[in-house]
Design a protein around this ligand. Structure first.
Ligand code: SF4
Length: 72
């Protein structure tokens, strides 16, 4: 079973490129301003496409932490 994670998008870094929503549409969408955002209820989703979305974000705005690590 994969480790639980917490996903976040840093809006101060996001440029609204939309790659996250294209790559992992079940986890990410874009808000009214075009910023990437985690879909409600998917903040702890994991999986291969999540990792790919993190990889393709051109400004590294997406962070994924191990939810079991309170210091992460
Ligand atoms: S891929 Fe990165 S820059 Fe583009 S919308 Fe998603 S978080 Fe923002």
């Amino acid at each position: 079973m994969p480790a639980p994670v917490t996903i976040a998008v840093d809006r101060s870094v996001c440029i609204g490129a939309g790659q996250c929503a294209l790559t992992a549409p079940d986890v990410f969408t874009q808000d009214d301003d075009g910023y990437g955002t985690v879909r409600p209820g998917r903040e702890t989703a994991g999986g291969t496409m999540l990792r790919e979305a993190v990889r393709v974000c051109p400004v590294r705005a997406i962070t994924v932490h191990d939810a079991r690590d309170p210091g992460a």
